[in-house]
Ligand binder design. Structure first.
Ligand SMILES: C[S@@+](CC[C@H](N)C(=O)[O-])C[C@H]1O[C@@H](n2cnc3c(N)ncnc32)[C@H](O)[C@@H]1O
Length: 360
């Protein structure tokens, strides 16, 4: 008996994702790729491992490059443009007494409708057949991936949900109140690394402009020191709390929710922030090479409490991915531990690193 799965990854890292899957399954029966023609962001494979055994393994291994994995339930080649064959397939997959949510991913298709429109069409058909939709907490999630003329249909239960497929809609409109698209990266990092932002009452945000990450933390009730020589979006951030702006001299009043230190990180003496600490987190999303980033972090580490969290974007300025990770980790190891690295759905040519400050 074999099971088929579909995985999603960024097209720049799909080869690495496949290698991760092969290594993960090496001692569990192996796997064989099932080619999806001309697809750079998803691949399918077969393995003897059933979902109840594969998903715990997937959780445990914490793969860097695989965004999501789902069991394939049907694969329709040359699906009909009116989607009647997909509708029929879904009726066979949906289960009575279990609420469902359909998520459509249009990867390459000549169907002119948007993913949302297709979801509504397919969802209504299932509802008309007596199944119950629940968009908030479904008991069954059904994915329809339209890849050229293939419709790959996957389904899983909430206990196996590893990543919300919705996040793959990278064309997600940024909410009106959002400051930047970069916010998604931090939201995903908090979720993926299982960090409770409520435990991060005081944060430093290095390379903060225009302020998306600071906004995420403010919404979670944190007090943020944001450092960047560029301006932040003060209008939006002011709606989240009291914003003060200062320079490297830090002549700031005591009361603020966001303190923007408008300077190059290089020119700020970290000791000047002593009176606002100790901090629970250092967040770094600077658009510079990872070793330079790590050197900046190194200077601010004294402000972080033991066990405090570091979230750092590792820019992949060239193909030497492991070198960029190693360089940052090597520089940070004297003060940090519990390193994890993940290519999050909203990372582009970058990865996100997590670590915590050593005790003692
Ligand atoms: C990708 S943006 C950060 C986006 C931000 N996290 C958000 O959510 O809106 C990178 C920022 O790093 C800042 N940066 C890079 N090098 C810096 C330095 N040496 N000092 C201060 N800011 C720096 C840039 O000015 C830029 O605003």
């Amino acid at each position: 008996m074999t099971y088929r799965y579909i995985i999603f990854a960024d097209r720049r890292f799909i080869d690495k994702a496949w290698l991760e899957i092969r290594l993960m399954l090496l001692r569990s029966g192996g796997c064989k790729m099932v080619p999806i023609p001309e697809c750079e962001v998803a691949l399918a494979f077969e393995t003897p491992l059933e979902p109840a055994r594969l998903f715990p393994l997937f959780e445990e291994k914490q793969l860097k490059y695989v965004d999501a994995i789902m069991p394939i339930r049907d694969w329709i080649a040359n699906y009909k443009i009116d989607m009647s064959d997909i509708e029929a397939s879904l009726a066979g997959i949906a289960e009575r007494g279990k609420s469902f949510k359909i998520e459509v991913r249009r990867i390459d298709t000549d169907v002119g409708l948007s993913a949302k429109t297709i979801e509504v069409q397919l969802g209504r058909k299932l509802e008309a057949g007596g199944f119950t939709a629940d968009l908030k907490s479904p008991q069954m999630r059904i994915l329809v991936a339209l890849i050229w003329n293939n419709a790959i249909i996957a389904a899983d239960e909430p206990r196996y949900y590893n990543t919300n497929i919705d996040k793959f809609r990278l064309f997600n409109p940024v909410a009106k109140e959002s400051v930047s698209r970069a916010e998604f990266k931090l939201i995903e990092a908090l979720e993926y690394f299982r960090i409770d932002p409520k435990g991060m009452a005081r944060c430093i945000d290095l390379g903060a402009a225009p302020g998306g990450w600071s906004a995420v933390m403010m919404r979670n009730g944190s007090r943020v020191v944001a450092i960047d020589n560029a301006a932040l979006d003060y209008e939006k951030l002011s709606k989240l709390g009291k914003v003060e702006i200062t320079d490297a001299a830090i002549n700031a009043p005591e009361r603020w929710d966001l303190l923007h230190v408008k300077t190059n990180v290089r020119d700020l003496d970290p000791a000047k922030l002593d009176r606002f600490g100790p901090f629970d987190a250092i967040l770094v999303d600077m658009n510079i090479e990872s070793d330079k980033c790590a050197m900046f972090v190194d200077r601010f580490t004294q402000l972080l409490r033991a066990g405090g969290v570091l979230i750092l974007t590792i820019k992949l300025v060239d193909e030497r991915i492991e070198t960029h990770i190693d360089k940052a980790q090597g520089l940070l190891t004297p003060y940090f531990e519990n390193f994890k690295v993940k290519k999050l759905p909203h990372n582009r040519m970058e990865l996100t690193m997590y670590a915590t400050k050593r005790h003692g």
